[in-house]
Design a protein around this ligand. Sequence first.
Ligand SMILES: Cc1cc2nc3c(=O)[nH]c(=O)nc-3n(C[C@H](O)[C@H](O)[C@H](O)COP(=O)(O)OP(=O)(O)OC[C@H]3O[C@@H](n4cnc5c(N)ncnc54)[C@H](O)[C@@H]3O)c2cc1C
Length: 375
Amino acid sequence: MTTTTNKKDYDVIVVGGGAAGLGVSIALSHAGIEDFIVLERHVVGASFALWPAETRFITPSFPTNSTGMLDLNSIAIGVSPAYSLEVEHPTGPEYALHLQGVASYFQLPIQENTEVKRVTKIGDEFVVDTTDDTLRAKHVIWAAGEFQYPRLNGFDGIELCRHTATIASYQKLEGDDFLIVGGYESGVDAAYHLSKRGKRVRVFDKDCPWKEESSDPSIALSTYSVERMRKQWFKDNVELYPNTPIRSVVKLDDLYEVTTHDGKKFQSPVPPLMAGGFDGSHKLVADLFEKRDDGFPLLSEDDESTIVPGMFLCGPTVRHQNHVFCFIYKFRQRFAVVAKTIATSLGLPAEELEKYRMWGMYLDDLSCCGEECVC
Ligand SMILES: Cc1cc2nc3c(=O)[nH]c(=O)nc-3n(C[C@H](O)[C@H](O)[C@H](O)COP(=O)(O)OP(=O)(O)OC[C@H]3O[C@@H](n4cnc5c(N)ncnc54)[C@H](O)[C@@H]3O)c2cc1C
């Protein structure tokens, strides 16, 4: 899949060959932009390929494209993982295969095994330093995701925990008694698979995601997870501790001890599992964006940096007001916005992108996520 080229200058460099990087690249092509490249540190879909083997998509895939409704897990008009994979809730490796198929179908120019180390803007140009080269571009789209940048801070002793992003399979995890920090989707997923094997599981969360009164799945648990929590083995083996922030983890001889903020102590011989989210790759380019109060990059209406023109963000870390674009069906709405902005700055008409509006991939407004919206 790797494109080999000696070219060093591009109109656009896209960093990351995941769902966001590929999706926005297809939108660039539809906007008539040809002079771009996707730089991927591993291979296309690498993050999905690294998911725990048993973990499945919570958002269902259904082949609805023919009736004008894009499959929830689709990254482009005309493709559907439901259709290509014939499963409703793909595993990570299955979805990685789907992305690889999409990349070859659209003949995207992708350079794999190329890690971006640094992006700087010098004059009107971006200088992109990779593991073994220096490239230049008029625009950069940062789409390097979150999964490969797990959160490893937040309380003392967190380094003793094992992040769920590093678990290859719950089937193969040794031990009978698990403490899980974080009870949102990944924490419930881990608890589900471990309890199914008859393991004792205790899940701690600083809030109460299991009773969240919101219709936004970026805040409340998905129905897929809620259904799983109703399984008898989950009820029998999992204890939930809501509103229980963790203060520290220590190792005492053969035991790991988790202490909560209110001083309660819980012990297990197995390293606690950390399901507390991700720092995100945007930290690598933090100097190119203003920061919001919540730490996420501040973006213009076109998802461009407010301080470095030509620098764009794409993917699950996009935030506008209080709207979180963490699922594929959410952040794909921004692909056409970014592509149109870049095409316009290159003097291209980008008429082809109008059809994105019809497919619910919005071009120039955030009305789908207004205050009244329950999208
Ligand atoms: C367990 C789990 C379950 C999920 N379930 C769902 C779901 O059901 N539905 C849904 O919509 N979303 C789900 N998500 C979220 C979804 O996976 C992410 O939002 C999505 O992967 C983000 O896509 P991305 O392209 O931004 O990031 P990624 O898929 O992580 O892609 C980023 C790519 O960039 C590459 N990269 C990273 N750093 C560099 C660098 N410095 N230089 C070059 N390349 C780099 C990586 O190798 C990777 O291929 C889930 C996430 C997790 C962890």
